[in-house]
Design a protein around this ligand. Structure first.
Ligand SMILES: Nc1ncnc2c1ncn2[C@@H]1O[C@H](COP(=O)(O)OP(=O)(O)OP(=O)(O)O)[C@@H](O)[C@H]1O
Length: 614
């Protein structure tokens, strides 16, 4: 077993996430203060019938405009009604108005935003069009129409306002989802075979909650203000005490009793401010886990999804990338030879249309094969098309890519002409992928254990307990020092080397036959690179997997590859056993590559044996 990366793990996970979030919230005095205030306001409104000393509508003409006293804590209004009692009852109306409006706005805006952001295409176009239409409507006119036709009841008015406010939440949700859906860990979840519903619920919704909460708290406050404004303008029900109505009445006696403005005004102001502060505090408490994790989203290719191992110990087409998989199917449908080793690719082309109607060929007629138990190095300078070829094999290219091949066979079965689902199923258990950027491929909101267990349960149909035991054994195998503890850790608590080991554990968790590792050590500290490479080699041997190692480092090739395919400008210019290639490179490009990278450099094994811990 490989030794762990030095200083690699800093677990701080003694408490569950919910408890830690609660603690974070509790450390925010403004958040706690606003929560207490809102709780007090809510309770006083709910228990108004018990707390109110007087009937809020009881008119006592002999008691008009009395100042505060023991009997009337806040005095009386121009009709002799008890201001304190009316204030308590008025809270019911304002809070109920907010609840109705925000429930409607969230119920309409958030699901639509999730669907539009996640699925894009016509769902996005249609819902964005509806949202724009709603935003262009004159709210006040619509409300007046609703009130005049349906009466001044709270529900119709606030439901209408909720619908009119929903585009705000729709747009926010949509924009958050558009960002999240292209995160590598979401791609990883797709590749792991999780359905869209589960991905949205598990990986996307959590990211949406924070911003939506903040916005919802503002919308709630806005609901209170708008409802009070309507009451103030006389569109409310006069028999129903409300803060807006009280304010309106207070203005009628502003010169005789200006203090009457204070109570309803303060109630509205304090409630609205507390809502805004509370929303922000909750979002802060929820959001810290996510923001800690580095967002190394320097995806090498815009659409090339790195599918993670944890999420994904298998390769399959993502939602976006399905067209690419289908392109596989469309392009050529010749079946490959049934006895052709593990992976055999003939004449693969990857082309991107350019804006001027032309095309950019990034992989041009590439052919390669890899057998069980074999390590094939795929080398070439930056931009030569190594990743594009790998993603083409995995069916993970962006939708605009047009992929074609004479044949692509995996384990003797042609990948051409298959539906996306069938491709996904096949790849779900046969190909795995180890990405370049370990941190971006782990969802920051879930523990390592959770991210290892779910794909195993899904792909292997095993119980949670079995998957848990398997995950512990895998973590132990990949050199994680305290597997049980690491299972409970969040990605931000791991070092890059540890995260990559976790991803490798995930990649092999469903017993793939072929592993594609795309520069798996590039993002890692040089001190841990050799350990991770050695681990990959060990696992490949133990499990007799085929391994395609994408790299630009010929030292790595010399160390662990059996054969090497050299890529230049989208073409594979030379494929040879490693020793032969190093001894007598044939292609001028290979010679150039060798002379430029291995000049005066000792073999990697020599370079890394002394004093290496990982
Ligand atoms: N979505 C895209 N549209 C157009 N061209 C693209 C797209 N994605 C990648 N390319 C181009 O494909 C070419 C090959 O890129 P690829 O990432 O495969 O190179 P690479 O050999 O893996 O390089 P590196 O070692 O830097 O990762 C590059 O010229 C790149 O600009």
């Amino acid at each position: 077993m490989s030794s762990p990366d030095p200083g690699s793990i800093a677990l701080d996970n003694s408490a569950p996430a919910s408890l830690r979030r609660l603690r974070r919230f509790a450390r925010n005095p403004l958040g706690v203060g606003s929560a207490v205030i809102l709780l007090a306001i809510t309770l006083s409104a709910v228990f108004a019938p018990v707390l109110a000393p007087h009937d809020p509508n009881l008119i006592v003409l002999s008691n008009t405009l009395l100042g505060p006293s023991a009997d009337h804590l806040l005095g009386t209004d121009a009709s002799g009604r008890d201001v304190f009692s009316r204030l308590l009852y008025g809270g019911q109306v304002s809070l109920m108005a907010g609840v109705i409006m925000i429930t409607t706005a969230v119920a309409v805006g958030v699901p639509l935003g999730l669907l539009a952001g996640y699925y894009a295409k016509w769902i996005d176009s249609l819902s964005s069009w509806v949202a724009n239409l709603l935003m262009s409507l004159p709210e006040i006119l619509i409300i007046i129409v609703v009130i005049t036709s349906l009466g001044s009841g709270l529900a119709p008015t606030m439901v209408t306002l909720g619908i009119l406010a929903s585009p705000d939440l729709f747009r926010l949700t949509r924009s958050v989802v558009v960002n999240v859906r292209s995160e590598l860990y979401v791609d990883a979840a797709r590749v792991s075979g999780l359905g869209d519903g589960r991905i949205i619920f598990r990986h996307v919704l959590g990211v949406v909650v924070g911003p939506v909460l903040v916005r919802a708290s503002f919308v709630f406050g806005m609901a209170i203000i708008v409802q009070s404004g309507l009451e103030f303008l006389g569109f409310g029900d006069p028999s129903r005490p409300s803060w807006g109505g009280m304010l309106s009445e207070a203005f009628q006696t502003i010169y005789r009793a200006p203090e009457l403005v204070f109570a309803p005004g303060a109630a509205i102001g304090i409630t609205v401010i507390s809502l805004a502060v509370l929303g922000t505090a909750i979002a802060d408490a929820l959001g810290t886990d996510r923001s800690i994790a580095p967002r190394l989203r320097s995806r090498k290719t815009s659409g090339a999804a790195a599918t993670s191992a944890t999420g994904s110990a298998n390769g399959s087409a993502t939602a976006d990338q399905r067209p690419s998989a289908n392109e596989h199917a469309r392009a050529t449908t010749q079946p490959g030879p049934a006895d052709a080793g593990l992976l055999r690719v003939h004449d693969m082309r990857v082309v991107y249309p350019t804006g001027d109607g032309g095309e950019k060929v990034v992989v041009s007629g590439a052919s390669l094969h890899v057998d069980r138990g074999e390590v094939l190095g795929l080398v070439g300078e930056s931009g030569s098309g190594k990743s594009q070829l790998s993603f083409g094999i995995l069916g993970l290219l962006s939708p605009e890519a047009v992929t074609s091949a004479t044949s692509v066979t995996l384990d003797g079965q042609s990948l051409l002409g298959r539906s996306a689902r069938s491709l996904q199923g096949l790849r779900g258990t046969t190909i795995a992928y180890v990405p370049q950027e370990p941190m971006s491929n782990l969802d920051p909101s879930f523990t390592v254990g959770s991210q290892l267990i779910r794909p195993m349960r899904h792909n292997l149909g095993i119980s949670r307990r079995e998957a848990h035991e398997r995950a512990i054994a895998l973590l132990d195998r990949v050199g994680i020092p305290d597997p049980a503890r690491t299972m409970k850790a969040y990605p931000h608590e791991l070092s890059g080397g540890m995260a990559q080991r976790v991803l490798i554990a995930g990649a092999v968790s469903c017993d793939p036959e072929l592993l594609i590792a795309d520069e798996p050590t590039t993002a890692l500290d040089v001190t841990v690179q050799a350990g991770v490479l050695r681990l990959l080699r060990e696992l490949q041997r133990e499990r007799n997997m085929g391994l395609i190692l994408v790299t630009h480092d010929l030292g790595v090739v010399a160390d662990i590859c059996d054969r090497v395919a050299v890529m230049s400008a989208g073409e594979i210019v030379e494929t040879r056993p490693v020793a032969e290639l190093f001894a007598a490179p044939e292609h001028p490009y290979t010679r150039k590559l060798l002379s430029s990278t291995l000049e005066d450099a000792p073999p990697r094994a020599e370079r890394t044996t002394a004093g290496r811990t990982s």
